[in-house]
Ligand binder design. Structure first.
Ligand SMILES: [Zn+2]
Length: 487
């Protein structure tokens, strides 16, 4: 029998507001720079007699996410207590949302090999992060309450995914949407986004759902993909043996590469949800919703399609550029200017995704701190196109521009990078190169003509990258033919 997987995802995204969800303590990125337990107050430490106050900005960012995902925003929101005991939860309950969450009934469009697909969004609700536990080698644990009360948005999908590829596309696309909305920076290593996957198996074509398992605490794309793939195969093997899948909560062992039992059946009423008595129902007016809708930016997939249509760039490059909205903005600024100088969008995409990325990555510089403005990159590419500098020389120039912030013309001047297209100068370089490598010349003349490329390389090197490669190749061939005739 053929089986298919049915997969749903729950995504927890930290909302990087200035203050925490229910108190005024600052939200700090989990970089290890801030000393533990220094961004805390009586509210997030759950001291008796304190009262939570809802962070308006967190609500607004949650609403914008809901709107971006095509959800309906509930006009009345109710916060609820989700009770459970754990050392990282000082109140003994989490203030979350249950029956009337912020947003419901949306969808996220994803792209896969099979084409675009819509994955339903069941709900998105607000809650608070827990403190962070640091387990020690001696079996004890330390707790840092800086993270306690950081706003979280939980986004729950419908069980609409069937393959690991769809799960990856969904998680990646959602991450980009959250970055675009300014929810957080999408840094998985800092725990800004965490996943839980619900996986079940059923005979292909069946309409009822099989028994599902839930894989908790997946903190990387790799763990998400590997654990879902593992769980699909494990459940298939169980069914093939004629046994039944048991509803369980599982963990993922990254090192062993398998899921393991955390606890069996878990029902919603275990949490004893009830409305939070310290927070009145939150009323959301249509005017408030519309005001925020106006601030929802163009989303990554729409931007990708627009860049392809407007600048004629390949899907791969468009996907690369929209991964970070700042990169997409940089590209558009450069491509707009370059177009006026006869440079194609694809050329600009090649430079941004190629040499510029390489330089910025090597220096650890984000693109919005890049010293080369989009205008100057466009001018540099135009210089290549006009034949003023070779590609190799332009790469050298770009490196210098990113270091000093100079204009391309100044760098080319200062470093003497102007391309040698002058035939006399080139011929002199070629003659010197041929004289220096008589063995290779003999090989060429004996019919091993593919050595020409190597000889072009030698001339380019001798010119410090300033020779025009096309002219070099042509003149080199001529010079060799002359020697051939002379033999
Ligand atoms: Zn606090």
């Amino acid at each position: 029998m053929e089986y298919e997987a049915v997969i749903g995802l729950e995504v927890h995204a930290q909302i990087h507001t200035r203050a925490k969800m229910y108190c005024a303590c600052p939200v700090v990125a989990d970089t290890g720079d801030v000393p533990p337990n220094t961004r805390v107050c009586p509210v997030c430490l759950a001291l008796p007699g304190t009262l939570p106050v809802v962070n308006r900005r967190a609500v607004e960012l949650g609403m914008m996410t809901g709107l971006a995902l095509g959800c309906t925003i509930n006009p009345v929101n109710v916060f609820a207590r989700k009770s459970y005991f754990y050392p990282d939860l000082p109140k003994g309950y989490q203030i979350s949302q249950y029956e009337l969450p912020l947003a419901v009934n949306g969808a996220l469009e994803i792209e896969t090999e099979a084409g675009p697909q819509r994955i339903g969004i069941t709900r998105a609700h607000l809650e608070e992060d827990t403190a962070k536990l640091y387990h020690q080698d001696d079996g004890s644990a330390l707790v840092d309450f800086n993270r306690a009360g950081v706003p979280l948005l939980e986004i729950v999908s419908e069980p609409d995914m069937r393959t690991v590829e769809e799960v990856q596309a969904y998680a990646t696309t959602l991450r980009e949407v959250l970055i675009y909305l300014g929810i957080n920076a999408g840094d998985m290593e800092k725990g800004e986004m965490r996943f839980e996957a619900n996986v079940s198996i059923r005979p292909k074509g069946a309409t009822t759902l099989g028994t599902r398992t839930e894989i908790k605490n997946l903190n990387s794309f790799r763990a998400l993909a590997a654990s879902v793939a593992y769980e699909i195969e494990r459940q298939k093997a169980v069914l093939v043996k004629g046994e039944t899948v048991i509803q369980q909560t599982l963990g993922w062992d990254e090192v062993a590469g398998n899921t393991y039992l955390q606890r069996s059946k878990e029902y919603a009423h275990d949490y004893r949800y009830f409305p939070e008595p310290d927070i009145p129902p939150l009323e959301i007016t249509p005017e408030w919703i519309e005001a925020l809708r106006a601030h929802v930016p163009e989303l990554p997939l729409a931007k990708k399609r627009r860049l392809m249509a407007e600048y004629g760039i390949r899907p791969y490059d468009a996907a690369l550029l929209v991964g970070d909205p700042r990169v997409a903005d940089y590209f558009e600024a450069a491509a707009g200017i370059a177009r006026a100088q006869g440079v194609t969008g694809q050329d600009v995409a090649n430079w941004v995704g190629g040499e510029l990325f390489r330089i910025l990555n090597a220096a650890g510089t984000p693109i919005d701190a890049c010293k080369t403005t989009p205008e100057r990159l466009a001018t540099l590419i135009a210089l290549v196109q006009q034949g003023t500098v070779s590609v190799t020389a332009a790469k050298t120039a770009l490196g210098a521009m990113c270091e000093t912030g100079e204009a391309p013309e100044d760098v080319v001047q200062r470093l003497g990078l102007t391309q040698i297209s002058d035939a006399n100068a080139l011929t002199a370089l070629i003659e010197a190169t041929l004289n220096a490598h008589p063995a290779q010349v003999q090989q060429y003349l004996a019919g091993k003509t593919n050595i020409l490329g190597w000889l072009v390389g030698q001339v380019m090197q001798a010119s410090k990258g300033k020779a025009n490669p096309q002219d070099t190749r042509r003149l080199l061939q001529q010079a060799l033919e002359q020697r051939n005739a002379g033999l």
